[in-house]
Each structure stands twice: as structure tokens, then as C-alpha cells.
Write a protein that binds this ligand. Structure first.
Ligand code: SF4
Length: 481
């Protein structure tokens, strides 16, 4: 019988272990294979609400995805990972399958129906709702309550704009640009602020508590149950506080890694105490640019960036004590999203990270935004070449030598490959980006138009962050398309 490790060896460039033991509870209360899956499943086929039961795990849809992987092929759901790997960068698949190639996988037989050796998925990602305290320009109203409110409050103005119709990604959902549907979306936003139902959490937690032996056995092999917690923003989501309260009463928390993704704007003392009680709590923090650029992109007041930096230090020190001493690994990861809005500040961001020891005390990771209007692949060729060169030069200057006792240091993950790939000619673009460029509205025109609308609504100006004059050039360029 072949194990997961055998398949990872046989198909290193396509096999993904995630669908065999992991799942994501999505914002709309459905279940996804993983957070970057591209095809939204037919609602009939998925569990309606917080269902990670066997019924879902062995559903025809899940079986088909697993079967495709077992044949060494890419399921259509996994187009994003394939695209990222084709461009030579790291995908969620490669990021998770390689380090997870663990002796534990030698014991899992990846059958089509499911994994035979584990009764429960070992990794569950909870998208705990859309409650959020930021309104990031690359984010979506379905995921941020503040963006949803902004969309609903300014619907009359937004629906007049060509960009709003050119791509549906900044709408609330089908039909949300129609005035008569406004009450429905107001109601939706209230409900999705806090969607995890108590009884569902109880069922799942009880199931885990009844399988303590299995969890203990697995942990002896160095593998832990892992919950990824993502909002909205978990630290402002009441359901998440409930979850933590409940968790404190269960024994299985000994075998749990609680991975929190946060924007770090709020650091709540109660939550810090709850985290300490769980033990293993690595933190992912999103930072896109230093100072006022980050504040502009994320729609937060002046001075917020300093707060975020201070909270990062507190998180880092809290988590460092437990996990780093156990495993020697860093426990805070900084995730920086590179978009048209942030790319020109990346050299300054690298300065900031270097001056403040981020490379030594945390893992620093970069990823491209995929939004049609913010994707840096749509910038003029010469501009892409110029900024890539600046970033690569800056990367070369960063001293990558460990300077503190534990000797940790991390090369900014992915950035080098991303910058090299960004200089591709249009003919060599992934199909998805070509389609974006040939769509109803050119992405750069949409960028300029949407920025103008949001600047007006938020009383901001893109010119306030145009330190190097690039945005002026982009506006002139877009006007000529
Ligand atoms: S290949 Fe990528 S999209 Fe597919 S399940 Fe794995 S991580 Fe998710």
C-alpha cells in the first residue's frame, strides 16, 4: 500500500496531501479544500454549515479531487498553485507538502474516500467571519465588514462606476449592485459578522476530546492537530473569543497548534492570556508597506502603523518563549502582499525589516496579489523592469548573517523569484492575467478609476503616498490606453 510520502516522492511536482486530511471552513459557511482553491463548489455538493463530518469528507467532489492527485494530475480547483509554480515561485502546495514530508506520512494511506489512518482532519482552517477593523484596498466586502459597510453606504455612487461592473470581485455577491437588493446585503453583513454556531463547535471539540489517544499517539511522531484562524480579523470577532473560552476546558488543546492570522492592529489582553493557556500559538501578521503607505492601503488612521509594530513585538515575545524553546523555530511570520499600491515601497519595507530585526526574529514572506486591477503584472514593462531591479538590488544588500544567539535568519521568502518573473513579456503571462488584460476594462484603467472612487469616499489621495512619482506616471499611462 502506498503512503502519502510515496505519492509525494512519485509526483513531487503535482501531488498535494491537503485534500486527504485538511479542510477550510469558508466565509460563506461552506467548506473548501483549501484557502486558495479557485473553483467555488456547487452549493449542492458542499456541507451547508460548518460541516466537517464524514459525509463531506467522502463526498463525490472530494473523491474526484483526491483521485486526480493520485493519478499525478492537477485538479482544476488547484489552478492557482499551478500558476505560481509555473512562474517558479512557491505555492501553498509546495510550501506545505515539502516541509510536511514527515515520517508521519508514511503511515497514512491516501485512499480516494479519505485517509484511512486518521479519523479526523488534522488541519482545519476557520474563516471565523467577516468582522474586521480594516478596509484594505486589495480585500473584498465578503471578507471585511468595514468594506461591506462602505460598499452598502456608497452603493448609489459605486454602481455608476465602470470598474464596479468590469469585475465582480469588489461587489458583495451576485446582484449586490442592484439597489433593490441592498436590504438583503445589509442582513448578510449582520449575520456573517459572527457565523460560527456554538453547537457546531461543541460537536467538533467533543469529537476531538473523544479521540485523545489518537492525538497523543500522533503527537509522539511530532505532528499536532492544527487550527488556522483567519477572519476578517479574529481579534475583533466575538465567535473567536467564544471558541477560545470553550477550548480552555478541553484536554486536546495539549496537542493543538493554533495558527492565528492577524493584522495586529488590536492586541487584547484577554486573548493574550487565552493564547498562553493553549501553548503553541504561532502568529501570522500582515504588513504591506511601512508607515503611511500601509495606513493608506488598509484604510486605517494615521499612527496605526506604529501600533502594529509594537503589537508585533509583543506577539513575537509571547510566542517565542514557548515554541522557540521547544522547536528552535521562529513563531511569527510576516506576510507582505505585493500589489501595484505597495510594490514601489518594497525597498523601504526591506529597510524597515532590516533595521528592526524582522529577518532575525521572524520569517518574512511575500506574495503577489491576484486582484485584476492591483496585479503588478499589468504595469508597463519598463516600470516592472525598473522596480524589480531596485528590489533585487536592495535584497542583495541585506546582510543575511545571524546576529543573535539562536542563530535564526530568514531570506525574504519568494521575493527574488517574484521579481525575476515580473519582468516577463506579455506573451509569456499566465492565461488568467492575459484574460484580465483583455477583459472589459484594462486593469490599469480600472486601478486608476477605483482608486479615484475610494479616495473620494475615504477623503484620501493617492498622491499623498506617491513618494517616487510612479502613480502619476501610471495615471498618465492609463489615460492613454
Ligand atoms: S494544490 Fe494548492 S489549491 Fe490544490 S489543494 Fe493543494 S494547496 Fe490547495
Amino acid at each position: 500500500m502506498k503512503t502519502i510520502n510515496d505519492y509525494l516522492d512519485k509526483y513531487p511536482d503535482s501531488f498535494c496531501p491537503r485534500p486527504f486530511q485538511e479542510m477550510v471552513l469558508w466565509y460563506d459557511r461552506t467548506v473548501k479544500i483549501c484557502c486558495v482553491e479557485e473553483v467555488m463548489p456547487n452549493r449542492e455538493e458542499v456541507a451547508p454549515n460548518f460541516d466537517i463530518s464524514e459525509t463531506y469528507r467522502s463526498s463525490p467532489r472530494m473523491q474526484k479531487v483526491r483521485e486526480t492527485f493520485l493519478k499525478g494530475k492537477w485538479p482544476k480547483e488547484c489552478a492557482r498553485c499551478k500558476r505560481e509554480e509555473d512562474r517558479g515561485t512557491v505555492s501553498l502546495r509546495s510550501m506545505t507538502s515539502k516541509p510536511r514530508k514527515h515520517k508521519f506520512y508514511n503511515r497514512i494511506i491516501p485512499s480516494i474516500e479519505g485517509s484511512e489512518n486518521i479519523k479526523l482532519p488534522m488541519r482545519v482552517e476557520f474563516r471565523v467571519g467577516n468582522a474586521c477593523n480594516m478596509k484594505c484596498r486589495m480585500c473584498f466586502p465578503l471578507v471585511s465588514s468595514l468594506l461591506a459597510n462602505e460598499f452598502i453606504d456608497n452603493l448609489e455612487e459605486i454602481r455608476e462606476e465602470e470598474w464596479a461592473w468590469a469585475s465582480g470581485e469588489y461587489n458583495l455577491g451576485a446582484g449586490s449592485l442592484e439597489i433593490e437588493n441592498k436590504p438583503h446585503w445589509l442582513e448578510y453583513n449582520k449575520k456573517s459578522l459572527n457565523w460560527i454556531e456554538d453547537s457546531s463547535i461543541d460537536n467538533y471539540m467533543n469529537e476531538l476530546e473523544n479521540n485523545l489517544d489518537m492525538l497523543e499517539h500522533i503527537s509522539e511522531n511530532g505532528l499536532y492537530l492544527e487550527w488556522g484562524i483567519i477572519g476578517g480579523e479574529p481579534t475583533v470577532t466575538p465567535a473567536f473569543f467564544n471558541m477560545m473560552e470553550k477550548l480552555s476546558k478541553y484536554e486536546f488543546k495539549k496537542y493543538l497548534i493554533l495558527k492565528i492570522t492577524t493584522n495586529a492592529l488590536v492586541l487584547n489582553d484577554k486573548l493574550m492570556t487565552q493564547f498562553s493557556n493553549v501553548g503553541r500559538v504561532p502568529i501570522n501578521i500582515s504588513i504591506d508597506a511601512p508607515g503611511k503607505v500601509h495606513e493608506y492601503i488598509r484604510g486605517i488612521p494615521q499612527g496605526s502603523f506604529e501600533k502594529i509594530h509594537n503589537n508585533y513585538k509583543k506577539y513575537r515575545d509571547m510566542t517565542a518563549t514557548k515554541i522557540e524553546s521547544e522547536t528552535g523555530k521562529t513563531t511569527t511570520t510576516i506576510i507582505s502582499t505585493v500589489s501595484i499600491l505597495s510594490i514601489f515601497s518594497v525597498p523601504d519595507l526591506l529597510d524597515f525589516y532590516e533595521e528592526n530585526d524582522f529577518f532575525i526574529r521572524s520569517k518574512v514572506s511575500f506574495q503577489f496579489v491576484e486582484n485584476m486591477d492591483l496585479n503588478p503584472y499589468h504595469l508597463p514593462f519598463e516600470m516592472r523592469q525598473e522596480i524589480s531591479k531596485k528590489i533585487l538590488n536592495r535584497l542583495d544588500q541585506i546582510k543575511m548573517e545571524p546576529t543573535i544567539d539562536n542563530g535564526m535568519i530568514s531570506e525574504p521568502h519568494n521575493l527574488r523569484a517574484m521579481m525575476t518573473d515580473l519582468c516577463k513579456k506579455y506573451e509569456d503571462y499566465p492565461e488568467r492575467y492575459k484574460k484580465q488584460a483583455e477583459g472589459k476594462m484594462h486593469p490599469l484603467k480600472a486601478f486608476v478609476a477605483r482608486t479615484k472612487t475610494l479616495d473620494k469616499i475615504r477623503k484620501q489621495s493617492i498622491h499623498s503616498i506617491d513618494t517616487y512619482g510612479y502613480f502619476n506616471q501610471i495615471i498618465n499611462y492609463a489615460n492613454k490606453i
